[in-house]
Design a protein around this ligand. Structure first.
Ligand code: ADP
Ligand code: MG
Length: 1007
């Protein structure tokens, strides 16, 4: 029993200050407030001594979490006095001291309690500072990790011989553990000395501010969770916060599932909390981090309704949420060292794994010990670090297994039986326990024949002896390893009394563990393998029916869960053989994940839906269903894997085929636009253009403005690469007219890019090529401004990079560098590999051109990063920028090689848009290397011909300037002048750009 003693501080002085009546009122109010706070946590006021209160937790009703309740009640009493003080007039200040202790008591028939425990509690109270809660080591041991405590050191208490270590409770750490559900009834721990010592050593380092991460790897049942539990036992009297969560197979594809549970626990949410109360708890729980934005982020993360709905870009929101969660973890560890345990990582969703990676990366200097358990199939996605340790758990030795069996069986077993048991259990402690129990329980037959051959056999033998409880276990197993009473009651179709009794027997037999009391209780099978064995023992038909019932019950009575965990419904529906429902809910789960920018999970869910659809016989309904799913899948694939990835094209291709079959023009159009982008991105430019043009034609025929917008934009992009600048610009202009950010920005989800930004960007490039450098810059700036207004980092990175490249074209190195710097910073924060690579390259180009030749390797590594995405579109221009930089740095042979590569890529992928300038560059390099003048002239002539054919005045000007320079050097000044003058005179703007100034200087010289 835990005894709480609470006393009013300075009551003698207070009573002297007030008149008798006032004093009586104050006292009554205090007693009422305190008793109210205690009652909330289920405490029993045993004695009311006026200004002192004696409270029991554990009698007349005992609960497994009594010590925790007592400590929470203590804190609540302290807190409850604050509002009371606020209403008190004339400076009356009430303050309490609280002490508690946990220990054995003897209770007489009349309810009188005997024993030392209450006395110790009273003495501890006396040692407490006013306004604080002080507990003994005995109580702290039972609540370790759940509260932030300060070690007050050992105290001598009157009537107790040894000094008693005391702890001051500062606040709840907000944690509830599931380990202690099994508490107190575990098989004595054997072996694992080295592993435990390693964990303890890592803990010590972590507590010292050297963050540590340990991955405990081993097969099911080998003792991973138990090892973590033993660590926790070791830490029982050390101040720390213990946070814990676990993943489950039902929610492998639900973003952040375990983390959400962890945060909800961490904030001490209860089932009765209203949304407003939860938001208040978030504000308190975030402490220093509780800005309005952070509170909204966390509320949204937990699925709470927001007063004003979020309009944040999902990518940004996801990143900010991740950052906040990581920071929050670190913040917790500043109060006292934090142990973060994540169980069963092999079932963890991709987003949680990503978050954990961040925590690992950020906690090197924090007081955090991160421990994760996993089966061997999990491949660690985090890079190796000196503070990341992997502990492989091997099976127990025969000798250790014998030790376990000896304690479990209680009686001496015949040697033959023992040997067979050891052999069958094969060193897996879970098997050792289960097989031994199957034959050591009352009612079991003894002897070698009675030893079950497997875990399943053993469980069946045990369940058979539990009569009706067997059915309860089997039905519960359908719900997964963890389940709540209300859902089980609704699904099981058994009478309440029978169900409760069955559950009680299962708890007694330690087949399931219980937390709380029905109807609020939640249960957990002792082990995932035990749950699986119970599940497998059901007939397939019964199993299906039960899963079907789960689906129905969830839909009828658990709407919130259906909303927040559609994957769970989908999985039950799939197991029930109700694939139409399963598809619907996988689809929803996929969309939900996508809306949170959790693309890996979204892909996973949508692929499951498609997989099920494939089993359906051909029908219009089937095709329509698959069409939506494939389109959604395409949207996630382009973000997660890039346009050039074959899976993305495959999804759009399939969607297009289905769109044709279904005669669904609108969705067919979207699918084909997606496909067109895939084609030209991976280097099939004409194929992409042709497809986009078809979509455009169809859209115009039907008067579909939205699809026409997409069509114009994508035709414009591919035509630009094809060097059809005039036509490309015209399509851009049409697209810009049709575009409305409010209506169309949302399509960024489906198509990856904002169509308005794309059109502005490409019109800027075309304008430059066509000889309007100032108009080009204005356009590029418009795109940047639009992206800033949209608050969409991806579009902004895209627009910044285009503005930077317009500066390259205008040879404005400083502006180029400025834009590239911003694009790089943005892409680094958000993880846009393509823009990051190009941005770094662009930044490095500006440095090289300005004379910092050491930056050359940075261009190459930037381009290599961008190339990893497989994007071929636009490659010739990037090569051209590289070649110019190499030229500037005097790496002439390398520059020539780059030009040749660029021309080859252009020819191969059908993007001659930079050919003119590449040939001009080629000519410049021939001159620079002292090559043949005829050869150089030939290059320039080729460049001129292409530029004229493509209508590119800017490239024509560059080629003409180069050739005129060559002719000047050959003494052909009139020819040179005749060539360059008309080209230069054509221009009406951009006279302050480098190319025009160079041409002008040359012309002046030739006059
Ligand atoms: N070293 C050990 N000594 C005694 N019992 C153990 C030991 N390791 C595991 N067990 C028991 O075996 C069972 C399975 O262990 P558990 O930690 O749940 O396995 P895992 O998490 O690896 O799947 C638990 O009941 C646990 O108490
Ligand atoms: Mg485990």
């Amino acid at each position: 029993m835990t005894v709480l003693f609470c006393d009013l501080v300075g009551s003698t002085e207070l009573s002297a200050q007030l008149d008798a009546e006032e004093w009586r009122d104050v006292l009554a109010e205090y007693q009422q407030t305190a008793a109210g706070a205690v009652a909330r946590f289920g405490g029993h006021v045993a004695k009311n001594l006026g200004d002192g209160l004696l409270i029991y937790f554990g009698w007349p009703t005992a609960r497994e979490d009594d010590p925790e309740r007592a400590v929470r009640a203590g804190l609540a009493v302290v807190d409850a006095l604050a509002p009371l003080n606020a209403t008190c007039a004339d400076g009356t200040r009430l303050c309490v001291r609280i002490g508690m202790h946990t220990g054995p008591v003897v209770i007489a028939d009349g309810g009188e309690v005997f024993g030392e425990t209450a006395n110790v509690a009273a003495r501890v109270q006396g040692a407490a500072e006013p306004g604080t809660v002080l507990i003994t080591a005995a109580t702290q041991r039972l609540v370790a990790g759940m509260f932030v405590v300060e070690d007050s050191g050992p105290h001598m208490l009157r009537g107790v011989r040894e000094p008693v270590p005391l702890y001051r409770v500062v606040q709840p750490s907000g944690v509830r553990s599931r380990l202690d559900v099994a508490g107190g009834r575990l098989t004595p721990f054997v072996g694992r000395e080295v592993e435990l010592a390693t964990l303890v050593e890592r803990w010590e380092r972590a507590a010292d501010g050297e963050g540590q991460n340990v991955l405990v790897v081993g097969e099911a049942g080998v003792g991973k969770s138990r090892l973590a539990y033993e660590l926790r036992e070791r830490l029982a009297t050390t101040p720390h916060t213990w946070l814990e969560c676990g993943a489950s197979p039902y929610t492998e594809g639900t973003p952040f599932h375990p983390v959400m549970a962890l945060v909800a626990q961490g904030l001490a949410f209860t089932t009765t909390d209203t949304a407003t109360e939860k938001v208040e708890k978030i504000e308190r729980g975030l402490r220093d981090l509780a800005s309005p934005e952070n509170v909204s982020l966390l509320a949204d993360f937990l699925g709470l309704p927001l007063p004003t709905p979020f309009t944040m870009n999902p990518d940004v929101q996801r990143r900010k949420t991740m950052e906040l969660l990581a920071q929050w973890n670190l913040a917790i560890s500043t109060v006292q060292p934090l142990v973060l345990l994540v169980e069963d990582l092999h079932w963890c969703d991709a987003s949680s794994v990503e978050l954990l990676g961040r925590i690992i990366a950020q906690s090197a200097m924090a007081r955090v010990l991160f421990v994760a358990t996993t089966r061997p199939e999990f491949t660690r996605p985090w890079p190796a670090r000196s503070n990341l340790t992997t502990l492989q758990l091997a099976r127990l030795t025969k000798c250790q297994a014998r030790d376990m069996i000896a304690t479990l069986a209680g009686t001496e077993l015949p040697v033959a039986t023992l040997d067979v048991l050891v052999a069958r259990a094969d060193g897996v402690p879970l098997y050792v326990e289960e097989l031994t129990k199957a034959m050591a329980e009352p009612g079991a037959a003894l002897g070698v024949e009675a030893i079950p051959a497997s875990l399943a056999d053993s469980l069946m033998a045990r369940l058979d002896r539990l009569a009706t409880a067997k059915e309860v276990a089997q039905r519960a197993a359908v719900l997964g390893r963890e389940f709540g009473y209300p859902l089980l009651a609704a699904v099981a179709g058994m009478d309440d009394a029978g169900l409760r009794q069955g559950l009680a027997r299962l708890v007694d037999a330690e087949i399931v563990f219980q937390r709380g009391e029905p109807p609020e209780a939640t249960y957990m099978f002792k082990h995932a393998l035990v749950q699986e064995a119970a599940y497998e023992s059901l007939l397939k038909r019964t199993r299906q029916q039960l899963h079907g019932r789960v689906v129905d019950v969830l839909r009828e009575k658990f709407c919130e869960r259906v909303e927040s965990e559609p994957e769970v419904v989908a999985r039950h529906a799939e197991a029930a053989g109700r694939s139409d429902d399963a598809i619907t809910y996988y689809g929803r789960a996929g969309e939900r994940a996508q809306a949170r920018s959790a693309h890996e999970e979204s892909i996973r869910q949508l692929q499951r839906a498609i997989h099920l659809l494939e089993t359906w016989p051909a029908s219009v309904k089937r095709d329509e269903g698959e069409l939506s799913v494939q389109l959604a899948l395409g949207g996630s694939l382009i973000v997660a894997r890039g346009y050039a990835h074959p899976d993305a094209a495959a999804a759009y291709e399939r969607a297009a085929a289905l769109g044709v079959a279904a005669g669904d023009a609108a969705r067919l159009g979207v699918a084909r636009i997606g496909l067109a982008i895939c084609y030209f991105t991976r280097g099939e430019v004409e194929r992409g253009r042709a497809l986009a043009a078809e979509v455009l034609a169809a859209a115009e025929a039907r008067g579909d403005r939205e699809l026409a917008l997409f069509g114009h934009t994508e035709v414009a992009l591919s035509e630009h690469y094809q060097g059809k600048f005039v036509s490309s610009l015209a399509h851009c202009e049409r697209a810009i007219e049709l575009y409305d950010p409010v209506q169309h920005h949302g399509h960024v989800r489906v198509l990856g890019n904002d169509q308005g930004i794309s059109a502005l960007n490409f019109s800027a490039w075309s304008l430059w090529c066509l000889g309007q450098p100032d108009a080009a810059l204005a356009r590029a700036r418009e795109a940047v401004a639009l992206a800033r207004r949209l608050d969409d980092p991806f579009s902004l990175a895209f627009a910044l990079l285009f503005e930077a490249s317009v500066h390259i074209l205008r040879r404005d190195v400083a502006a180029q560098r400025e834009r590239a710097t911003e694009a790089v910073a943005l892409s680094e924060t958000h993880g846009f590999p393509f823009w990051l690579g190009l941005g770094r390259a662009c930044h490095a180009v500006s440095r090289v051109v300005a004379g910092d030749f050491g930056a050359l390797p940075d261009i190459l590594s930037g381009l290599a990063l961008a190339a990893e995405t497989g994007t071929q579109a636009g490659a010739p221009s990037t090569f051209a920028f590289l070649a110019e930089a190499q030229h500037a740095a005097g790496q002439l042979a390398e520059a020539q090689g780059t030009v040749q590569t660029a021309l080859a890529v252009a020819a191969q992928t059908g993007q001659p848009f930079w050919d003119a300038d590449l040939h001009r560059l080629d000519g410049d390099l021939v001159v620079a290397t002292g090559g043949d003048a005829y050869e150089a002239a030939a290059c320039y002539h080729r460049a001129l011909a292409i530029a004229r054919e493509q209508g590119s005045r800017s490239f024509e000007l560059r080629a003409a300037t180069s050739l005129a320079r060559l002719w000047r050097d050959q003494g052909k000044r009139p020819e040179a002048r005749a060539l360059l003058a008309p080209v230069y005179e054509w221009f009406t703007e951009g006279f302050d750009t480098r190319d025009l100034m160079d041409a002008k200087a040359l012309l002046d010289e030739l006059r």
